[in-house]
Design a protein around this ligand. Sequence first.
Ligand code: PMP
Length: 426
Amino acid sequence: MSTDFALAARLDDLRREYDDLKARGLTLDLTRGKPSAEQLDLSEPLLALPGEGQHTAEDGTDTRNYGGLSGLLELRRIFAELLDVPVGQLLAQGNASLTLMYDTIVQALLFGVPGSDRPWSREEQVTFLCPVPGYDRHFAICEELGIRMVTVPMTPDGPDAEAVAALVAEDASIRGLWVVPTYANPDGAVVSETVARRLVSMPTAAPDFRIFWDNAYVVHHLTDVETPSVNAVALASDAGNPDRVFLYASTSKITFAGAGVAFFAASPANIDWYQAHLGIRSIGPDKVNQLRHAMFFRNADGVRAHMRRHREILAPKFSAVGEILTRRLSEAGVASWTEPLGGYFVSVDVVPGTASRVVQLAKDAGIALTPAGSTFPYHRDPQDRNIRLAPSMPPLDEVRAAMDGVATCILLAAAEAAAAITPSPA
Ligand code: PMP
């Protein structure tokens, strides 16, 4: 019996199972990678810091006042160690690295970057390469700013470097490449040193090509394997392309997602360029928040220890996702999924043509999933196959209930598709 035939034969049973699921009246949400309240509680002491009378930075700066555009040195030192960049090449800014990404791209459009012949907005076309599946908010920035997106495949070692190299060598409109180097959103891939070396050294037709190296999950391990990130800024410099990398990170999923600190690192020329425009836009970042973060962590080991506490909360949720998908789906062979060693997401590939149906079925059963297509530019997954799961926010029992429901939806959508292509017995 073919798999399709076996699945199609289960259609009635799966419909009954799905009706039972709907009858449970669930309200569950796996849409976005937010930290849970329990995780946010780990950083609760921040709310009492720096404390009345504690407003002086180690260099004597009164953090309450204007100034200090680069951010507080004591906090930059901690994150320079974690990100493996020289502290002089690292800025600490506001609460969102996404804002830094948006701002650097807007600045590039308005003014050009070091090495540009003219502002990017004066080019006939600006193109970014987008590894897929990828992060929807990266794609949203490009879409809003009129940047053409061209997809390249992800591999377990990061973006397909040969595909990228071939495109950037030929097409001078390609100005950017999105990379989430550590525990990528959504597939958990980690960029290997080989891939990183290729990306920072490949010849590019554009003189001012940049890699947007979004290291959002640099210390967000889910196992004992604390995978180190490749140091792209240093590798680019060694390769003779010191200005190629813009690196971003933040404490959004370390302390408070809405009240953390974001970081930007790059070559000295890039940092000078960014700061020159930043100095017009701002008189200085929120140094009080930076001081409280520096006091809370004390040093890089403080951050590492804090992340192990996050891991204790998160790892069981990710294990539950893997365990339930394996139990419910492996025999039917209707999906494949990632088992990430860090980060916030599980990427599931279902039967081609059924991802939107799965998300709709789940929605109708009270389980909110990230819309199908979100992991692709313009929300268009050409195979309608990829679904991003974000299990961090709900409590463990809800993650379990949601995953069991999602598995039912995946099976039902696969059976419906199989029934449509399997002629019924005469
Ligand atoms: N980059 C990636 C890859 C992310 O997954 C996220 C959050 N989902 C962000 C950036 C957002 O970071 P921030 O809160 O610092 O803006």
